[in-house]
Design a protein around this ligand. Structure first.
Ligand code: NAG
Ligand code: NAG
Length: 390
């Protein structure tokens, strides 16, 4: 009997690979989203019968759907379709919505709330999405019940092999604690519910709020294959507006249309600097796995100590520290980015608190042997002291 096992294994592997047709499309190392897109003339096209927009590698969008994402190289897209670089090693809020809850037959049965946080990590110089937390609350008024469920999903791929941790809470707990519990729940009469599943064909984790038109997918980053991984990595949040979406953004009023969150009109800030400022001001708990202590340190500091003008000048002088992969790789081999985040924080503090801290940043970069990582104009200029507050 033992002799048959290898053959059986080979056959099942063949079946797996043909069923999933795992081949890259065109010049891209990535494959098209199985079940949503096909490779046409060297690029992935979303199935036109179901989707109105998309790129076929990362997302396909239905009519009436609002989409937000966080993906490499760290790009945040908001529901208002604003896209910006978001090199943030701290836990951030990605989406917070209220949706009508409907039964499988389309009858309104209550309402729901979904809140999504993400956290990024650093591998060598690259910042990638490490995982997400989602909390969902269903109010099934028809039955007079509340159902709360939360999930934390994080990890990486290692040469295509998923190393994923899935945890949960049987309540609406955006910040945890997360335990090893099964969170799936489907209400039998209405079909409303919450599920966390793995879409093996696309190497993605899928969190769905059934009856609320909310789907969250997460494709982990492959630390070995890196840019050659088969599925495009990142976190995608889809919200169907036919469920009467109300957008709730941190610190902003509730709106029926997605706000332009990072509106730099009338400031000299870049959208990137404004997004960092908001994330540091926001009441977001740094409860991700192995957080850098620097994340809690910078939070609150910027709002308490930096005037608008100090933060503006600080961001102009310091933001490059979080944006130069080769520099980050030289100075910081941690996964939580605690060294680069610490240098960035000290640099911002030199503008808001104590100018001498700027010389300390320069000294620390020198001591790490990273004063002249080639072809980084900001580094060369920074090391002369020309960027320090005068
Ligand atoms: C952006 O801010 C400016 C100045 O405060 C305001 O006039 C404008 O309406 C805002 N734009 C959007 C799209 O919210
Ligand atoms: C961050 O990573 C470093 C290096 O891997 C580790 O020593 C540290 O404990 C981590 N956590 C914090 C809070 O800095």
């Amino acid at each position: 009997m033992a002799g048959f096992q290898p053959a059986a294994l080979v056959i099942s592997l063949l079946l797996l690979s043909s069923a999933f047709a795992a081949v890259p499309c065109g010049n891209s190392p990535h494959q098209c989203i199985v079940g949503e897109a096909t490779c046409v003339g060297g690029s992935c096209e979303c199935d036109a019968a179901k989707y109105v927009e998309g790129d076929g590698y990362f997302y396909c969008q239905r009519a009436g759907e609002n989409i937000a994402w966080l993906r490499n190289d760290p790009e945040l897209r908001t529901f208002s379709e604003q896209k910006l670089k978001h090199p943030n090693l701290c836990r951030v809020l990605v989406a917070h919505v209220f949706q009508t809850l409907k039964s499988t037959s389309g009858i309104t049965i209550g309402n729901s709330q979904v809140k999504v946080h993400a956290f990024q990590a650093k591998d060598k110089g690259k910042i990638y999405v490490y995982g997400f937390d989602v909390a969902a609350l269903l109010s099934i008024q028809m039955l007079g019940t509340f159902i709360g469920r939360s999930a934390r999903v994080y990890g990486t791929l290692q040469d295509g092999v998923p190393q994923i941790t899935r945890q949960g809470a049987l309540s609406f707990s955006a910040d945890g604690p997360f335990l090893d519990v099964d969170i799936d729940y489907v209400e039998t009469v209405t079909g409303a519910g919450i599920t966390l599943t793995t879409d093996v064909a696309n190497n993605r984790e899928v969190f769905q709020v059934l009856g609320a038109g909310v789907t969250i997918t997460f494709v982990p980053y492959d630390e070995v294959l890196r840019r050659d991984q088969l599925n495009m990595p990142g976190l995608l949040v889809k919200v169907d507006s036919s469920y009467g979406t109300t957008f709730q953004t941190a610190g902003n009023p509730v709106g029926k249309t997605p706000d332009l969150i990072y509106n730099v009109t009338g400031t000299d800030l870049t959208a990137e600097a404004l997004a960092l400022q908001y994330s540091y001001n926001g009441p977001v708990q740094q409860s991700q796995p192995d957080p850098s202590a620097e994340c809690s340190d910078i939070q609150g500091f910027t709002s308490a100590e930096c005037s608008a003008d100090e933060y503006l000048r600080g961001s102009q002088a310091c933001l490059w520290l979080l944006q130069q992969p080769r520099f980050m790789r030289c100075v910081d081999d941690s996964k939580n980015g605690t060294v680069v985040q610490g240098l960035f924080n000290m640099c911002i503090k030199s503008y808001c608190l104590e100018a001498a801290m700027c010389s300390q940043v320069i000294a620390d970069i020198s001591a790490a042997g990273c004063s002249d990582v080639r072809d980084i104009a900001e580094l060369a200029s920074f090391m002369t002291g020309a960027q320090c507050p005068s």
